[in-house]
Design a protein around this ligand. Sequence first.
Ligand code: PEP
Ligand code: MG
Length: 580
Amino acid sequence: MEIKKGIGVSPGVVISTAVVLDAEDLLIPERHVPAGRTTDEVTRFHQAIASAIAEISALREKMIAEAGKEIAAIFDVHIGILKDKSLLKQVEVEIVKQQTTAEFAVSIVMRRYSQAFLKMSDRYLSERVKDIHDIERRLLHNLIGQKHYDLAHLSRDVVIIAHDLLPSQTAALDRTHVKGFATDVGGRTSHTAIVARAMGIPAVVGLGNITSEVNSGDTIIIDGHHGVLIINPDEEQLVEHRESEKRRVVVETQLAELLHMPGQTLDGHEVALMANIEVPAGIDEAVDRGAQGVGLYRTEFLYLTREDGEPSEEDHYEAYVDSLRRLHGKPLVIRTLDLGADKYTQSKQANPERNPFLGDRSIRMCLHDIPMFKRQLRAIMRASTQGDVRIMFPMISTLMELRQAKMVLYDVMEDLEDEGLPFRREIPIGMMIEVPSAALMADSFAKEVNFFSIGTNDLIQYTLAVDRTNEKVAGLFCPAHPAVLKLVRDVIRIGQRHNISVSVCGEMAGEPLYTLLLLGLGLTLFSMNGPDIPEVKKIIRSTSMEHARQVARRVMSFDSERQVMHFLREETRKLVPEAF
Ligand code: PEP
Ligand code: MG
């Protein structure tokens, strides 16, 4: 038995049998063809291109149906590259001039292409390199006549262990049999992770050398929530995970009855449960789980799923109107772009930053690129007449930053007015509290916004000095740390004092362990991943507010996260024995 820690990029727990994929780097030998046969090679090349376009188009359709058109856009880029006239020309020239095979010409030209991107040493562009590698392999397999994407036709349940999965491989996975996957490399915002989340496949990435530590046939537990993979678990762990699986099934079956019940304590205190989404299609599943709206729309994913330049105002607008249509009047909190740090775009800078989490990310990046910021704000304001839209600024760390962001927003309103375009001037304006300076200054901020949303993922990272994406210090990343809890408590209190709404939209809001505590601290709005809603709702419906307050008082008297977690686990189990 071995436990490995990586980065959980798509939630859910699975136990299944491993299939380890070989790193398949095809080595294509240089082979000469007689001058008279180069035309045949060019024809073979064009046939391979045509088949590749047909295959990717089919994959794109599958993605549109399963995950929406924003995710499918990843494959528009693939098709674009396959139709790129200059690329086609370069391969033809290579075949004819060097008198070589189509395979060899493809491998040479594609490698040249990806090296050009690699030289730019940029995470966003390195994602593009992966796409090029993906296309190259598809073309080569078509030329060699090998069918390689057989992960689409499995006959039994498996989890896939691979060095890396290409976005198209992930999209082609047979959802009925592939129960999860784990990879050596990767991060939360890689295309593979985005596709996995959109398809609901539990996944852990960034596991280092997992392909050499697992053998096909091993029993594997993948916990996509906590970023954990267990190789050949012992009996105790198997029992524990099967029990948790059973509990999940019980919760699932209770889902239908819970769905239409309010998030309300036994003594009648109402709590709103909302969803975090990355793409509009995510709303449908969240609403099916009982979401009363979207408490956090991570709009940066509009950038992360496309590579053919930045989204236009129309792209933003369409995504927001699509979301509102799916919400049927329920609220939509649109968070303005939170790019940078782990969410690319070093492409905006020639030199990558040394400390991207402390660098030009999020609202700072927007204030450095006003035209980009305005494009998004215009789209949000135009969409504001079509539903309950609220706007939220991320990563605010100083009052000046908030004021500047609001000024840009008011500028946009003036422009729209001059153009005669309708918008809702009284749009609620909120900010995220995810930097300790914002939490400590909440009293001042509360006078200038309509709501707060506590982003615990970043608040924990910045309070405890723990990089949230670094698996080496993942054990130190803990919502139960008393320092974090004090900040959360104070922000909720200050919100109450100023009569503005406060929510928590970090992962902590969806962890059943913290439900009683957050409730007892006075939180009335939780925003989380759709699948977490039923369990959190169940806990809320099983306690009185009085009891939750007592729990919170006790928790705030502890000075170690272990005490906090132990106490919360015990208290929650008393109420909902099937929790955890
Ligand atoms: C957070 O930081 O808690 C948050 C919700 O934002 P993100 O995870 O997108 O940084
Ligand atoms: Mg954040």
